[in-house]
Design a protein around this ligand. Structure first.
Ligand code: 13P
Ligand code: SF4
Length: 309
């Protein structure tokens, strides 16, 4: 009797057949991370997409990240396991509203977080991620006023880090990080008095005020692994626990449930499954397609970001 293939074997066979690379964000399920060629934060994955020379990118993350990969690889096929893997920050900033804001502030430089639609990127002067937002804002001449979209918490944090007063911040929010309550973090700190706190800058200011370290997903992992200490409270999506436990198995990591789902999981990221990954490699759908003009315009602020960091 012929042995049936496991889902993992099927994925690896399709990956070879398609000459594909698998990129996975840290918030993906552990079994997807384990199959990926690269696991990283949004900046690292954008960089990997830029260096790639195969034919297909299977992007295990959310749609805006795959759009970024497509902008950098216009001739290659970019697929995502689930078309509905969106982002509340992207939804919070429709392009018509950004255009209206720009019309009211024509002399401002538009700095867009990478968590935006491709149409918003095309309207932007420069992009940033949570890893390089401070450096990107510091690269803009101090006398130039800034419009920062769409994350209010990241924008406020960058304002505080840079001392930049002439920066207006859009009021968008991540449905995972923005609903981490400061009082639950305070209670966790009381319960684990020796624990250090690492937080993603999409968290509310009252959470960031309690943090020993603020940084992107990969920066949080690196800091927790390298910093002496046995216990860490980690204020980001719980998918990072996979890398944390692999890289520092002797340490203890605590995740705090948010008020949105009473968990620390991104419902968009978790839409991707191994079955959907196999199907997207086999069918080459859902596929990212971007009109030429928008792609060309979105590439400019993206390349400006890479030129800074
Ligand atoms: P990173 O830039 O840290 O990968 O964050 C992306 C994101 O969506 C955080 O919620
Ligand atoms: Fe968007 Fe928040 Fe999910 Fe990140 S965690 S993809 S910002 S909804």
């Amino acid at each position: 009797m012929l042995a049936t293939k496991t889902i993992t074997e099927e994925i690896l066979e399709w990956k070879k057949e398609r000459r594909a690379i698998l990129l996975a964000h840290h918030y993906q399920e552990p079994e997807i991370q384990d199959l990926a060629d690269w696991v990283g934060d949004s900046l690292e994955l954008a960089r990997k997409a830029r260096e790639f020379d195969g034919e297909v990118i299977a992007f295990c993350g959310v749609w805006f990240m795959a759009e970024t990969a497509k902008v950098l690889n216009p001739k290659r096929i970019v697929v995502v396991p689930d078309r509905e893997a969106g982002c509340s920050l992207v939804d919070s900033c429709p392009v018509e509203q950004l255009r209206a804001w720009k019309r009211r502030h024509p002399d401002h430089v538009v700095v867009s977080y990478i968590n935006t639609s491709i149409e918003v990127k095309a309207e932007s002067d420069i992009l940033c991620t949570s890893r390089n937002a401070v450096q990107i804002v510091n690269s803009i001449p101090p006398e130039k006023p800034i419009l920062f979209v769409p994350d209010a918490n990241l924008g406020q944090w960058v304002k505080r880090q840079t001392g930049r007063e002439n920066m207006k911040v859009w009021q968008g929010a991540c449905l995972v990080h923005a609903t981490f309550p400061a009082r639950r973090l305070a209670a966790a700190r009381a319960e684990h008095p020796g624990a250090l706190v690492a937080a993603h800058p999409e968290c509310p200011p009252q959470v960031l005020d309690q943090a020993d370290f603020v940084g992107s997903t990969s920066a949080i992992i690196q800091w927790c692994v390298e910093t002496p200490g046995e216990e860490f409270i980690v204020m980001t999506e719980s998918g990072v626990s996979h890398s944390l436990h692999r890289l520092a198995p002797h340490k203890r990591f605590y995740f705090i449930p948010n008020e949105n789902c009473n968990c620390s999981e991104c419902p968009y990221m978790k839409r991707n499954t191994l079955e959907k990954l196999r199907d997207c490699l086999r069918d080459l759908e859902p596929r990212v397609e971007i009109p030429h003009d928008i792609l060309r315009r979105a590439l400019i602020p993206l390349e400006r970001m890479f030129a800074v960091q």
